[in-house]
Design a protein around this ligand. Structure first.
Ligand SMILES: [Zn+2]
Length: 339
């Protein structure tokens, strides 16, 4: 069967004219260009099409592509939704429950805005180290040297000092969640300094907006209640997260979800997650697996890899990249061969 390409988006906004231009996301022009590219080379399918195909129903078309949008950002309502509607295509949206209902800002997003509000990221990393050190009196925590040895390294997208701050605050090994949350909160107040409820209102969609998306043919799926790393939770804690996601989706749709989509926060899951997700009626699970970027078959519908938006061109007339060619099962595109 033809591979399915699932593209993953987060922030999509007019970055240059936003309050935090340092946020990593797609600009409006880039998003429009990428939709042009995708519509030129792929066939955008709905979540329901994928569920049906995964059950042996109507097979997916060649170059099938599912668009996904994580984290329930207001961008998805103001920027993405009208563009998808205008093009007559649909997408799947994954809001964490506490963001949409609780009007709280998730730690993972506080970290993004702390970084975006900061010019000197080396000084920020030093501040992170100091704030963690303040907890050493009451807790046994990894040494600064150990943290630096593990996390001070550049990634594909960020210099070492930014990777350090992100990783230590997101998932620093040996640093309890309570300590990380306290450090993030202090930095959010110091660097961003906006009331959390106000910030949440400007950052996330609310239930009414999610219902408008769902009512217009968009898919709303689960993305955790608290956006936690599911693979770090006990079976009971995972069960509570999955039950909570179902209850949240029931609140959006007015009925308990059947054949719903689950997007694992941070792409993290384990064998327990897969069992609980299946038992809880999830039909598809999308990961953040960046290594196997194409879903070659739908044999493992709860472990579908996704392609990061950064791996696709930003203009409709761009030469197709390897991912696109593989997804189309062609070695050279007709447009190139004809030249
Ligand atoms: Zn997320």
């Amino acid at each position: 069967m033809s591979p399915l390409t699932i593209v993953m988006y987060h922030y999509v906004r007019d970055l240059a004219r936003s309050r935090y231009p340092g946020i990593k996301g797609r600009t409006l022009e880039e998003f429009d260009g990428q939709l042009d590219y995708i519509q030129r080379h792929y066939t955008v399918v709905t979540a329901a099409d994928v569920v049906a195909a995964s059950r042996g129903g109507h097979p997916l078309p060649r170059g099938a592509c599912l668009l996904t949008f994580d984290d329930g950002f207001l961008d998805h309502f103001t920027v993405v939704f009208p563009r998808l509607l205008a093009r007559g295509i649909s997408g799947a949206f994954f809001p964490p429950a506490v963001a949409a209902e609780g009007r709280r800002v998730l730690d993972v997003h506080k970290i993004h805005f702390i970084l975006a509000a900061t010019h000197d990221h080396v000084a920020l990393a030093a501040r992170v180290i100091d704030l963690i050190a303040a907890h050493r009196r009451e807790l046994e925590l990894p040494t600064t040297e150990a943290l630096k040895a593990e996390y001070w390294r550049a990634s594909r997208y960020d210099p070492a000092e930014i990777v350090f701050t992100k990783r230590v605050l997101q998932k620093g090994r040996g640093i309890p969640t309570g300590v990380r949350t306290a450090v993030v909160q202090t930095l959010f107040e110091e660097r961003v300094g906006v009331d959390e409820a106000v910030f949440a209102r400007e950052l996330y969609m609310d239930l009414a907006q999610l219902r408008a998306l769902a009512g217009s043919g968009m898919e709303i799926g689960g993305h955790g209640v608290e956006h936690r790393w599911l693979d770090e939770l006990s079976a009971e804690e995972q069960r509570i997260e999955i039950t909570g996601m179902r209850a949240f989706l029931a609140g959006v749709h007015g009925r308990l979800p059947t054949d719903w989509l689950l997007c694992y926060p941070y792409g993290a899951y384990d064998a327990i997650t897969l069992r609980l997700a299946g038992d809880g009626g999830a039909a598809l699970g999308v990961t953040a697996d960046a290594e196997k970027d194409l879903a070659r078959t739908l044999d493992a519908p709860l472990r579908l890899p996704r392609l990061d938006t950064n791996d696709l061109p930003l203009h409709g007339d761009a030469t197709p990249v390897a991912w696109t060619l593989e997804a189309l099962n062609v070695s050279r595109p007709a447009s190139v061969a004809a030249r």
